[in-house]
Every structure is written in C-alpha cells, then in structure tokens.
Write a protein that binds this ligand. Structure first.
Ligand SMILES: Cc1ncc(COP(=O)(O)O)c(C=O)c1O
Length: 456
C-alpha cells in the first residue's frame, strides 16, 4: 500500500488497518514501527501516520581533490582484479587462478577451524616468525636440511612476494623475471617501484645463460622464478639447468625467489625437488603457498631462506602487519597434518588430470589454428598461442560476450608480447564445460577470421 501511495499521504487509521488486514492492534503497531525504522512512514502524534516525504537525492561527494593528492602510480593495473574476481556466475570460468570450491577440503577445514577457534592460543600473540610447528612442517617438506628457524610465515604467497620485493630491494632496483610470468609478481614488483628485467625461457624453464647475462649486465640482486609448472606456460626447470641457475646466482651474489606455487600438483611423474633443497649458501628464498591445495581464502604461506636475509624479511614483515592470525596458522597446520590430507590431494590431482586431458583434447580437436606447445605434466593452466594476427584482448572480449571467461596473455609479459596468447585454466570447470569453452573459442576465432577476410 505504501508503494502505491504518493509521498506524504495519510495512511488509514489503526482500526481500519486492523480490520482490513485482520491483524491484532499489537501487530499493526509493530509493523508500523518497523516501517518507520526503515524510513518508509512517519508518525505525527495527533495527526496519524503518513508515507514518508520524497527523499532528496544524497549530494554527490566531491572527491576530485584526490586526483591531485594521489598523483599517478605505475603498476597497479586491473590484472590482479581479474585474477581474484570470480567470473560472472553464468559464464564458463577458464580465467580462474584458483580451484573451484567443490575441490576444497571442507570437512578437514571445518574440523580444524572449530578446534583452533576454541584454543586461547588461536587468538593470542605469536612469535612474529610464525607458529613453530607449522614452520617445522614447511621446512621438512622443502628438504635440504632446512629447519623451523629458516621459515617465516606470511599471509599468502602474494604477500610474501610483495614483502620480498619491498624489503630486499629499493625503488629503482632491477629485478629479473621470466617472460612470461605470473601477473601478480609483476604487479607486486611494479608496486615496489622495481625495474623489471625480462629473461626468456622455453618449455624447460629459464635459459641459464640469459639469466647469467642479465644478472651480470644489470647488477640485479634478485630474480623471481617458478621452476615447477610456471604460471602461465607450465614449464618445469630441467634437471640439467638447475646447477647452472644456482651457479649464475652464486657468481653474481644474487638471490632468487623460488615460487613453488604448484608443489602439490604433479599430475603424472614427480617433478624435481625444490632448488632450495640444493642450495647451501642462501641464494634461494623458497615460497610455498597454501591457497591452491587448500583454498583461496587460506591466506597462509611459508618463506624459507638461509642466512641474515630471513631476519631482514622477518623485521620487514613485522613492519607490514606484525604477524599472521594465529588461528589461521593453526588451521593450516591441522589440515596439512590431518589423516585425510593425502587423500584430499590425491582426489584433487585425479580431477585436475581428467580436466587437463579433456581440455587439451578439445583444444587440439577444435582449435587447429592455435598452437599448444606443451601439455604440462602438472599445474592447472594451458598456454595457448593464437593464430598470427589475432589479438588476445579482442578474443577474450568476444569470448566474454558469449559467457566464456579466458585470460588474455599480454598481462603476463613484462614487455611487449612476442605473440598473442590465452591462458586457459582447467581449475574451476568440469570436462563438459571445458569442452564447451573450447567450442566457444573456436566460434570466436572463426568469426574473427571471417571479419579479417571481409576487411581484405
Ligand atoms: C605463481 C603464483 N604465485 C603466487 C600466487 C599467489 O598465491 P596466494 O594466493 O597464496 O597469495 C599465485 C596466485 O595465483 C600464483 O599463480
């Protein structure tokens, strides 16, 4: 009734309302009070109850001063938002950087969370380096004689990357990155004011000679590498390159971040152990995050390093946010050491293997003009080269219009991309949707091709 009346109209009396809606006087009073609280009616004592007067539109805040105050800041582009924001609910999600919720170890998480929340230590202070038992767990997983004292807990892999870039380097310093690489690492390095120095790689990982040359030429003291199923292209650093990479770092007195984001996702034969397990002299800063094997919201990761660098990072991290919520660290430890953990990982790997195979077959069958250089033996992405002349951004936009979300590859290159690529993730969709996604992509590319032909 209120919706149908003009503003400031008098409502029928209490008695009429009681009769019309067959309500008790108390109920009418309660409903009118609730409507008044929501600002829909006003009661004027002695006159009755009225629909509210039309609200004046709230004045638009003038925030134009912020344009001057903020200035410009390089590096904080939209790529990260794309990584984190879920695809629209009715779209096929091939752009996702995370496993879908159905693959979370929800039972283990719920049990661990309820235990952790009941312990007073879950809510207390902790040594800033992190929960000793969790550090010990990460250290023994990594191998190479690392112990709890070499490990620092951070709130996720992204936080660890940003902390290393900010606390080991100063704005203007060079940092070596593989090209292409993880967009989040590029964003964090740019936000820290670092100068990106791209080095090439191939399906066997970074080229050690190119790395050595870049280190010597630029004087960079830090390189960011992903030796296992690198995001986005899936390369694994070949065993015969590992020694050469460590030698190059040692010759130039440099650190490297080994971002082992896919340590749990060998989908076939086991990949080589971390470089950190071969490094005695503290060149490797090893990063192991839990957001992929556990859940995107598990913001816990371990950074392992030998030597004074760990103290530098620990102090830096304290200046950032003191320490990571103890309750979350305890949950992480409980889940990683639960009896069902290995079973969970085995199940996720089986699902990912099926999805990867389904997507790889669909891509090869339906997208003959595209090039899939490798089907990685692990991880969760395929890296697809589009036909010459196609634009990854245009293809991604046309796909989005057909409810298919794919990641344009250009954001993964620190400089100009050498071609057009898409990153197709099989982490978040089941086989039929992956196949449907490849079909949509084929339609988009065919439509593009027809467009090009007509333009000629
Ligand atoms: C290669 C790589 N490193 C690090 C991260 C960040 O991980 P986290 O979710 O733990 O912050 C991601 C996330 O997608 C990633 O792909």
């Amino acid at each position: 009734m209120i919706g149908s009346l003009p503003p400031d109209s008098k409502l029928p009396s209490y008695r009429e309302l009681q009769q019309r809606y067959r309500l008790s006087p108390a109920t009418v009073q309660r409903i009118l009070a609730a409507l008044a609280r929501r600002g829909l009616v006003v009661t004027r004592p002695g006159s009755g109850t009225f629909t509210a007067a039309r609200r004046r539109a709230a004045p638009v805040a003038d925030v134009s001063w912020q344009t001057l105050a903020l200035g410009s800041r390089a590096g904080l582009g939209p790529e990260l938002e794309r990584l984190i924001e879920p695809s629209p609910p009715d779209a096929i999600a091939l752009a996702s950087g995370f496993l879908d919720e159905r693959l979370q170890p929800l039972r283990l998480l719920a049990a661990a969370a309820s235990r952790a929340a009941r312990r007073p230590q879950g809510w207390s202070r902790l040594p800033s380096q992190g929960l000793p038992e969790l550090r010990s767990h990460f250290a023994s997983e990594t191998g190479g004689g690392l112990t709890a004292q070499h490990v620092l807990i951070t709130s996720g892999g992204q936080n660890a990357l940003s902390a290393v870039f900010r606390h080991l380097c100063a704005p203007g310093d060079p940092v070596i990155v593989e090209s292409p690489t993880y967009v989040g690492a590029l964003a964090a390095a740019r936000a820290a004011g670092l100068v990106l120095v791209p080095v090439p790689g191939d399906r066997d990982g970074v080229l050690p000679d190119a790395l050595a040359d870049a280190l010597a030429r630029t004087g960079a003291r830090l390189a960011y590498l992903q030796p296992r199923y690198a995001n986005p292209h899936g390369s694994v650093l070949a065993p015969d390159r590992r020694g050469a990479v460590l030698d190059a770092l040692a010759r130039c007195g440099a650190f490297m971040i080994e971002d082992d984001w896919m340590r749990d996702f060998d989908l076939g034969q086991p990949s080589p152990p971390p470089l950190a397990s071969m490094d005695d002299d503290g060149h490797v800063i090893y990063l192991r995050s839990l957001s992929k094997p556990v859940a995107a919201g598990m913001r816990v990761a371990g950074l392992a390093a030998r030597g004074p660098v760990l103290a530098r990072l620990r102090r830096g991290r304290m200046s950032d946010d003191l320490f990571v919520a103890p309750v979350l660290q305890q949950i992480a430890l409980d889940v990683l050491t639960a009896a069902g953990w290995d079973r969970h990982l085995g199940g996720v790997r089986r699902v990912l293997r099926e999805r990867r195979d389904a997507l790889a077959v669909a891509v090869r069958d339906l997208l003959p003009g595209c090039d899939l250089d490798t089907v990685p033996a692990g991880g969760m992405h395929l890296w697809l080269r589009l036909p010459d002349g196609s634009s990854d951004a245009d293809v991604a936009e046309a796909a989005a219009a057909r409810r298919l979300a794919v990641g344009p590859g250009r954001a993964c290159f620190p400089g100009e991309p050498p071609g057009s690529y898409l990153r197709l993730s099989y982490a978040a969709e089941e086989a039929p949707s992956l196949i449907r996604g490849a079909q949509i992509l084929a339609d988009v590319l065919n439509a593009e091709m027809r467009g090009h032909q007509m333009a000629r």
